[in-house]
Design a binder for this molecule. Structure first.
Ligand code: B12
Length: 252
C-alpha cells in the first residue's frame, strides 16, 4: 500500500488529509495519486481548485510533451474529480465550487475528448440522460453526465422537461442500454414512474436498464416505481451505470 508521502503534489496531499474521512476512500485515493506523475497531479490539483485556465494550459502542455490523452483524462482530470465528488458529497464544497471544477474539467476535456474519439477507444456504454417532464433543474444531471463521460460512457443529453416519448425515441435511436432520469421536484418525481410505464406499454422495458436520481428521490421510491437503480450523487451514478451494464451483459 502506498503512503501519502508518495504523492509529490503538496496541494493533493493536503486535500486528502483535510477532506477525506473514510478509510477505504483515503487508501484508494492515495494509491491512485501515488501512481500518477507530478504533471498529472498538477492538473488534478488545478481542477480541484476550480482553475479552468490552469487546467487548460497544463493539459495543452502535457499533450505537447507527449503525454497520452487517456493518461491525462484518467490520472489528471478524473482522479481530480474524484476528490471533488467526495468533498461535495460530504458538504465541504457546494454547487458554485462544483460548477467551477466542472468548468475546469471541461477545459481539459476539450483537448482530450477529440483525441480519444479519434483514436477509436470505444465507449463502455451508451447512456440517455434527461430531466423529467415539467422539471427545469439540470445542475445535478449535468454533473452526472460529466462524470459518466469522464468515465468512458457516451452520453446523449436530452436536457430538461423531457417527455416520455422523447426518452423512448432516444433509447431506440441510439440503441442505448441505459437510461438515467433526474427529478428535483416532488411534483415531477411521478413522471419517472410514468416514463417507466410508457416503456412497458411499448414493450421496450426489457431492452433498457433505468436509473433514477435527484434530491427528493430515494431508493424506496425508485423500487416502488420499478427502476433498476438509484444513485444519490454523481459518483454513485457512475458506479450504478457500470453495475447495471455488467448485469445487462450477464443477462444476455
Ligand atoms: C438551483 C435550483 C433551482 C434553479 C435550477 C437551475 C438549474 N439550471 O438547474 C431554478 C432557479 C431554475 C429553480 C427553479 C425552481 N425550483 Co428549484 N431549486 C434549486 C436548488 C437550490 C438546488 C438544486 C441543485 O442544483 N442542487 C445541486 C445538485 C448538484 O444536486 P442534485 O440536483 O440533487 O443532483 C445530485 C444528485 O441528486 C444526483 N442526481 C441528480 N440527477 C440524477 C440522475 C441519476 C440517474 C442519478 C443516478 C443521480 C442523479 O447526482 C447529482 C450530483 O451529485 C434546490 C434546493 C436543493 N437543496 O436541492 C431547489 C428546489 C429543488 N427547487 C424548488 C422549487 C420549489 C423550485 C420552483 C418550483 C420555484 C418556483 N416557485 O418557481 C422552480 C421550478 C422550476 C421547474 N419547473 O423545474 C424546491 C423543490 C421543493 C419540492 N419539494 O419539490 C427546492 C428543493 C428548494 C426548496 N427547498 O424549496 N430551482
Amino acid at each position: 500500500m502506498a503512503e501519502i508521502t508518495d504523492i509529490e503534489n503538496e496541494f493533493i496531499r493536503e486535500e486528502i488529509e483535510e477532506y477525506l474521512e473514510r478509510p477505504d476512500e483515503i487508501e484508494r485515493t492515495i494509491n491512485t495519486f501515488a501512481q500518477t506523475s507530478p504533471a498529472m497531479q498538477a492538473i488534478a490539483a488545478a481542477l480541484i481548485d476550480g482553475g479552468h485556465h490552469t487546467v487548460d494550459e497544463l493539459t495543452k502542455e502535457a499533450l505537447e510533451a507527449g503525454v497520452e490523452a487517456l493518461e491525462i483524462m484518467d490520472d489528471g482530470l478524473i482522479s481530480g474529480m474524484g476528490i471533488v465528488g467526495i468533498k461535495f458529497r460530504d458538504n465541504f464544497i457546494f454547487v458554485p465550487e462544483v460548477l467551477a471544477c466542472a468548468r475546469a474539467m471541461k477545459a481539459g476535456m476539450a483537448y482530450v475528448e477529440p483525441i480519444l474519439s479519434e483514436s477509436g477507444i470505444d465507449p463502455i456504454g451508451v447512456v440517455i440522460m434527461g430531466t423529467v417532464k415539467g422539471d427545469l433543474h439540470d445542475i445535478g444531471k449535468n454533473l452526472c453526465i460529466m462524470m459518466l463521460r469522464g468515465s468512458g460512457f457516451a452520453v446523449h443529453d436530452l436536457g430538461v422537461d423531457t417527455s416520455e416519448d422523447e426518452f423512448i425515441e432516444a433509447v431506440e435511436k441510439y440503441e442505448a442500454r441505459l437510461l438515467g432520469m433526474s427529478a428535483l421536484l416532488t411534483t415531477t418525481m411521478p413522471n419517472m414512474g410514468k416514463t417507466i410505464e410508457a416503456f412497458i406499454d411499448e414493450g421496450l422495458r426489457e431492452d433498457v436498464k433505468i436509473m433514477v436520481g435527484g434530491a427528493p428521490v430515494t431508493q424506496e421510491f425508485a423500487d416502488d416505481m420499478g427502476a433498476d437503480g438509484y444513485g444519490k450523487d454523481a459518483v454513485e451514478c457512475v458506479e450504478l451505470a457500470k453495475r447495471l451494464l455488467t448485469e445487462e451483459d450477464e443477462e444476455f
